[in-house]
Design a protein around this ligand. Structure first.
Ligand SMILES: [Zn+2]
Length: 255
């Protein structure tokens, strides 16, 4: 049996995710936005928490760590570059490192931009990406600590992953991301289809994720900044992709 996941909401719009290895029983929480909903998901699945894989230092991704650690004695893995801002860290990781959740193996990819030390976890054999506040469905994280060029490089790393990769992100921002995307990529039929799919999912109380890298390449303007049509829609025909990306991110900030 391969990896299993459990997706649920935390706080107001954070996604919580558990990753479970049926072979060994090992279970990781991807970030710890809030302890109670993670405990509830563990109770409902019967899984025992062995690991917390932290993506970045923001409180809405780390507030639950100490309560979970006190109860489960789980191992907390965090990005080396910002481990000093994250409570309870047992192991630090950087670009190219691998993490193990039982027999499941994840690659650490550094994705600076949202924060300087932000990382994502890519479980290649299971086609799972835990992208937190780097890549959202139809959007990307705010560039808070890094530069626009760093964030664009991080987006390109996501573009290089296999199309079939399932993406779990950090927040349910899809509806507002789609509104913005439609403002810069109106003629995109795949985006219109995604808009109606997401509207149905949300109306039914369902999450809009996981998405896939292949789908995001078609609908996410922040991954599509190198497309001539996006540049043209922004009045930036012929401009380099990093500049188009920066303009997209600036416009989204004000949207
Ligand atoms: Zn964040």
């Amino acid at each position: 049996m391969s990896a299993q996941t459990r997706l649920f909401m935390c706080r107001s719009d954070n996604f919580g995710v558990l990753l479970h290895d049926p072979k060994t029983g090992a279970t990781a929480a991807i970030d710890a936005p809030e302890a109670a909903p993670i405990e509830l998901a563990l109770q409902q699945t019967g899984w025992k928490l062995t690991d917390i894989l932290v993506t970045h230092h923001h409180a809405d991704h780390t507030d639950g760590i100490m309560a979970l650690k006190a109860k489960w004695k789980c191992r907390v893995t965090a990005p080396a570059a910002e481990a000093d801002k994250i409570p309870g860290v047992d192991a630090t990781v950087k670009e190219g490192d691998k993490v193990k959740v039982g027999t499941l193996i994840g690659n650490v990819i550094e994705t600076p931009g949202h924060t300087l030390g932000h990382i994502v976890y890519w479980f290649h054999a299971d086609n799972l990406l835990f992208a937190a506040d780097n890549l959202f469905s139809v959007g990307c994280g705010r560039v808070i600590e890094g530069t626009m060029d760093q964030m664009w490089s991080s987006m390109q790393k996501m573009n290089d992953l296999p199309d079939e990769t399932k993406v779990f992100c950090g927040h349910e921002y899809t509806a507002s991301n789609i509104k913005f995307a439609l403002s810069v990529d109106k003629g995109n039929a795949a985006l219109l289809a995604r808009a109606s799919e997401a509207a149905k999912q949300l109306a039914g109380g369902q999450p809009t994720i996981p998405t896939t890298i292949g789908e995001e390449k078609k609908v996410n303007p922040f991954l599509r900044a190198a497309e001539a049509s996006i540049a043209a829609n922004l009045g930036m025909a012929g401009k380099p992709a990093n500049e188009v990306f920066a303009e997209l991110r600036e416009r989204k900030n004000k949207f």
